[in-house]
Design a protein around this ligand. Structure first.
Ligand code: URA
Length: 242
Protein backbone atom coordinates (compact mmCIF):
# COMPACT_ATOMS: atom_id res chain seq x y z
CA UNK A 1 0.00 0.00 0.00
CA UNK A 2 1.45 3.37 -1.13
CA UNK A 3 0.64 6.36 1.05
CA UNK A 4 1.92 9.63 2.43
CA UNK A 5 4.52 9.35 5.20
CA UNK A 6 2.29 11.35 7.58
CA UNK A 7 -0.51 8.78 7.03
CA UNK A 8 1.97 5.92 7.58
CA UNK A 9 3.07 7.41 10.92
CA UNK A 10 -0.58 7.88 11.88
CA UNK A 11 -1.52 4.27 10.99
CA UNK A 12 1.49 2.97 12.94
CA UNK A 13 0.34 4.79 16.10
CA UNK A 14 2.65 7.81 16.33
CA UNK A 15 -0.21 10.20 17.14
CA UNK A 16 -2.99 12.10 15.42
CA UNK A 17 -2.59 13.04 11.74
CA UNK A 18 -1.75 16.59 12.81
CA UNK A 19 0.90 15.44 15.33
CA UNK A 20 2.45 13.13 12.70
CA UNK A 21 2.60 15.90 10.06
CA UNK A 22 4.21 18.18 12.67
CA UNK A 23 6.88 15.62 13.58
CA UNK A 24 7.79 15.31 9.90
CA UNK A 25 7.88 19.08 9.25
CA UNK A 26 10.06 19.57 12.35
CA UNK A 27 12.67 17.21 10.86
CA UNK A 28 12.17 14.47 13.48
CA UNK A 29 11.59 11.69 10.96
CA UNK A 30 14.02 9.76 8.76
CA UNK A 31 12.95 7.24 6.12
CA UNK A 32 15.31 4.54 4.92
CA UNK A 33 18.10 6.42 6.70
CA UNK A 34 17.36 9.80 5.00
CA UNK A 35 15.69 12.85 6.62
CA UNK A 36 12.13 13.35 5.36
CA UNK A 37 10.44 16.72 5.97
CA UNK A 38 7.58 16.46 3.44
CA UNK A 39 4.44 14.98 5.07
CA UNK A 40 3.06 14.15 1.58
CA UNK A 41 6.10 12.17 0.37
CA UNK A 42 4.75 8.75 -0.67
CA UNK A 43 6.20 5.36 0.26
CA UNK A 44 5.11 1.75 0.21
CA UNK A 45 4.05 1.15 3.82
CA UNK A 46 4.63 -2.52 4.59
CA UNK A 47 8.21 -3.06 5.70
CA UNK A 48 9.15 0.64 5.50
CA UNK A 49 12.01 1.40 7.91
CA UNK A 50 11.86 4.82 9.53
CA UNK A 51 12.77 6.60 12.74
CA UNK A 52 10.66 9.03 14.76
CA UNK A 53 12.67 11.17 17.20
CA UNK A 54 15.42 8.56 16.96
CA UNK A 55 13.09 5.60 17.62
CA UNK A 56 13.54 3.02 14.86
CA UNK A 57 10.37 1.41 13.49
CA UNK A 58 9.40 -0.99 10.72
CA UNK A 59 5.86 -0.44 9.39
CA UNK A 60 3.46 -3.41 9.61
CA UNK A 61 0.02 -3.13 7.98
CA UNK A 62 -1.32 -5.39 10.72
CA UNK A 63 0.40 -6.05 14.05
CA UNK A 64 1.01 -9.62 15.23
CA UNK A 65 3.38 -10.05 18.16
CA UNK A 66 4.39 -12.31 20.99
CA UNK A 67 5.19 -11.21 24.52
CA UNK A 68 6.88 -13.23 27.23
CA UNK A 69 4.44 -12.21 29.96
CA UNK A 70 6.27 -11.82 33.26
CA UNK A 71 4.91 -12.59 36.73
CA UNK A 72 2.91 -9.82 38.40
CA UNK A 73 1.37 -8.16 35.34
CA UNK A 74 -2.27 -7.81 34.27
CA UNK A 75 -3.48 -8.25 30.70
CA UNK A 76 -5.94 -5.36 31.01
CA UNK A 77 -5.28 -1.85 29.68
CA UNK A 78 -6.74 -0.56 32.93
CA UNK A 79 -5.28 -2.91 35.54
CA UNK A 80 -6.71 -3.04 39.06
CA UNK A 81 -3.63 -3.96 41.10
CA UNK A 82 -0.59 -4.96 39.04
CA UNK A 83 1.17 -3.13 36.21
CA UNK A 84 -0.39 -3.64 32.80
CA UNK A 85 1.39 -5.71 30.14
CA UNK A 86 0.89 -2.64 27.93
CA UNK A 87 3.67 -0.88 29.89
CA UNK A 88 6.02 -3.44 28.27
CA UNK A 89 5.07 -2.41 24.72
CA UNK A 90 6.15 0.70 22.84
CA UNK A 91 3.54 3.49 22.72
CA UNK A 92 2.78 3.12 18.96
CA UNK A 93 1.59 -0.47 19.55
CA UNK A 94 -0.76 0.75 22.27
CA UNK A 95 -2.06 3.64 20.18
CA UNK A 96 -2.32 2.44 16.57
CA UNK A 97 -5.79 3.22 15.22
CA UNK A 98 -8.13 0.27 14.62
CA UNK A 99 -11.14 0.69 12.32
CA UNK A 100 -14.31 0.20 14.35
CA UNK A 101 -12.40 -1.01 17.41
CA UNK A 102 -10.35 0.06 20.38
CA UNK A 103 -6.95 1.50 19.48
CA UNK A 104 -3.85 -0.64 19.85
CA UNK A 105 -3.12 -4.35 19.93
CA UNK A 106 -5.29 -6.66 22.06
CA UNK A 107 -4.18 -9.87 23.76
CA UNK A 108 -5.34 -13.22 22.40
CA UNK A 109 -7.18 -14.20 25.59
CA UNK A 110 -5.89 -13.28 29.01
CA UNK A 111 -3.44 -14.81 31.44
CA UNK A 112 -3.74 -14.31 35.20
CA UNK A 113 -1.38 -11.85 36.87
CA UNK A 114 0.69 -14.71 38.31
CA UNK A 115 0.81 -16.73 35.05
CA UNK A 116 3.92 -16.33 32.89
CA UNK A 117 4.74 -17.24 29.32
CA UNK A 118 3.55 -16.92 25.77
CA UNK A 119 0.98 -14.21 25.06
CA UNK A 120 0.01 -13.19 21.52
CA UNK A 121 -1.27 -9.72 20.69
CA UNK A 122 -2.74 -8.29 17.51
CA UNK A 123 -4.89 -5.55 16.04
CA UNK A 124 -6.40 -7.96 13.48
CA UNK A 125 -9.96 -8.72 14.62
CA UNK A 126 -10.32 -11.83 12.44
CA UNK A 127 -7.06 -13.25 13.85
CA UNK A 128 -8.10 -12.50 17.45
CA UNK A 129 -11.41 -14.23 16.82
CA UNK A 130 -9.87 -17.28 15.16
CA UNK A 131 -7.32 -17.75 17.93
CA UNK A 132 -9.79 -17.43 20.81
CA UNK A 133 -12.91 -19.09 19.41
CA UNK A 134 -13.49 -22.51 21.05
CA UNK A 135 -14.70 -23.71 17.62
CA UNK A 136 -11.17 -23.55 16.26
CA UNK A 137 -9.67 -25.74 19.02
CA UNK A 138 -6.28 -24.01 19.02
CA UNK A 139 -4.24 -26.03 21.56
CA UNK A 140 -2.48 -24.12 24.33
CA UNK A 141 0.17 -25.87 26.40
CA UNK A 142 0.69 -25.03 30.08
CA UNK A 143 3.55 -26.09 32.35
CA UNK A 144 2.14 -26.44 35.86
CA UNK A 145 3.86 -26.94 39.17
CA UNK A 146 1.61 -28.26 41.89
CA UNK A 147 1.48 -28.12 45.69
CA UNK A 148 1.04 -31.88 46.12
CA UNK A 149 2.56 -34.79 44.17
CA UNK A 150 0.72 -35.61 40.95
CA UNK A 151 -0.64 -39.15 40.66
CA UNK A 152 -1.87 -41.13 37.65
CA UNK A 153 -5.48 -40.90 38.84
CA UNK A 154 -5.32 -37.07 38.71
CA UNK A 155 -3.84 -37.19 35.19
CA UNK A 156 -6.56 -39.63 34.06
CA UNK A 157 -9.33 -37.44 35.51
CA UNK A 158 -7.99 -34.32 33.80
CA UNK A 159 -8.15 -36.16 30.47
CA UNK A 160 -11.56 -37.78 31.14
CA UNK A 161 -13.02 -34.41 32.15
CA UNK A 162 -13.91 -32.57 35.34
CA UNK A 163 -16.96 -30.49 36.20
CA UNK A 164 -16.27 -26.86 37.10
CA UNK A 165 -18.70 -25.00 39.32
CA UNK A 166 -20.22 -22.73 36.63
CA UNK A 167 -20.85 -25.36 33.95
CA UNK A 168 -22.38 -28.85 34.21
CA UNK A 169 -20.57 -29.93 31.00
CA UNK A 170 -17.23 -31.52 31.89
CA UNK A 171 -14.07 -29.81 30.61
CA UNK A 172 -11.28 -32.02 29.37
CA UNK A 173 -7.57 -31.56 28.83
CA UNK A 174 -6.72 -32.39 25.21
CA UNK A 175 -3.51 -33.89 26.63
CA UNK A 176 -2.00 -34.22 30.09
CA UNK A 177 1.20 -35.79 31.36
CA UNK A 178 3.12 -35.74 34.58
CA UNK A 179 6.50 -34.06 34.01
CA UNK A 180 7.87 -34.45 37.55
CA UNK A 181 6.77 -35.34 41.06
CA UNK A 182 4.86 -32.05 41.42
CA UNK A 183 4.64 -31.05 37.77
CA UNK A 184 2.18 -31.41 34.89
CA UNK A 185 2.01 -30.48 31.22
CA UNK A 186 -1.58 -29.72 30.28
CA UNK A 187 -2.98 -28.94 26.82
CA UNK A 188 -6.30 -27.09 26.56
CA UNK A 189 -8.29 -26.10 23.50
CA UNK A 190 -10.62 -23.67 25.26
CA UNK A 191 -9.98 -20.78 27.60
CA UNK A 192 -12.41 -20.56 30.48
CA UNK A 193 -11.75 -18.25 33.43
CA UNK A 194 -8.88 -19.64 35.61
CA UNK A 195 -9.37 -22.93 33.75
CA UNK A 196 -6.08 -24.64 34.62
CA UNK A 197 -6.23 -23.64 38.28
CA UNK A 198 -9.86 -24.78 38.59
CA UNK A 199 -9.27 -28.07 36.77
CA UNK A 200 -6.26 -28.91 38.94
CA UNK A 201 -8.25 -27.97 42.07
CA UNK A 202 -11.13 -30.20 40.90
CA UNK A 203 -8.83 -33.25 40.99
CA UNK A 204 -7.67 -32.45 44.52
CA UNK A 205 -4.37 -30.68 43.84
CA UNK A 206 -3.35 -27.01 43.65
CA UNK A 207 -1.47 -24.91 41.08
CA UNK A 208 1.67 -23.30 42.51
CA UNK A 209 3.08 -21.84 39.28
CA UNK A 210 1.64 -21.66 35.78
CA UNK A 211 3.52 -20.99 32.56
CA UNK A 212 2.20 -21.11 28.98
CA UNK A 213 4.86 -22.58 26.75
CA UNK A 214 3.07 -23.02 23.41
CA UNK A 215 0.08 -21.97 21.31
CA UNK A 216 -0.67 -24.20 18.32
CA UNK A 217 2.68 -25.01 16.72
CA UNK A 218 4.34 -21.88 18.10
CA UNK A 219 6.58 -22.27 21.16
CA UNK A 220 7.85 -19.46 23.38
CA UNK A 221 11.45 -19.02 22.20
CA UNK A 222 14.18 -19.63 24.81
CA UNK A 223 15.85 -16.33 23.93
CA UNK A 224 12.77 -14.19 24.62
CA UNK A 225 13.26 -13.11 28.25
CA UNK A 226 10.31 -12.28 30.55
CA UNK A 227 9.02 -8.82 29.64
CA UNK A 228 10.39 -8.92 26.08
CA UNK A 229 8.26 -8.89 22.94
CA UNK A 230 8.85 -9.40 19.21
CA UNK A 231 6.94 -9.25 15.93
CA UNK A 232 5.59 -12.52 14.56
CA UNK A 233 6.89 -13.33 11.09
CA UNK A 234 5.04 -15.24 8.33
CA UNK A 235 6.65 -18.50 9.49
CA UNK A 236 5.31 -17.94 13.06
CA UNK A 237 1.81 -17.25 11.71
CA UNK A 238 2.08 -20.44 9.65
CA UNK A 239 2.96 -22.41 12.82
CA UNK A 240 -0.13 -20.98 14.52
CA UNK A 241 -2.31 -22.13 11.62
CA UNK A 242 -0.78 -25.63 11.56
N1 URA B 1 -5.67 -21.08 33.31
C1 URA B 1 -5.55 -20.40 34.48
O1 URA B 1 -6.01 -20.86 35.52
N2 URA B 1 -4.89 -19.23 34.46
C2 URA B 1 -4.32 -18.70 33.34
O2 URA B 1 -3.71 -17.62 33.40
C3 URA B 1 -4.46 -19.42 32.14
C4 URA B 1 -5.14 -20.61 32.14
Amino acid sequence: MHCAISEILYLQGFGTRRVCAGLIQQGRVTVNGQPCTDPFAEFCMDGLAFTVQGQPWVAHAKAYLMLHKPMGTECSKKPSTWPSIYTLLPAPLRQRPVKGGQPGVQPVGRLDQDTTGLLLLSDDGAFLHRMTSPKHHVPKVYEVSTKHPVDSRQVARLIEGVVLDDDPKPVRAAACESTGECALRLTLTEGKYHQVKRMVAAVGNRVETLHRSRIGGLALPDDLAPGQWRWLGPEDLELLRA
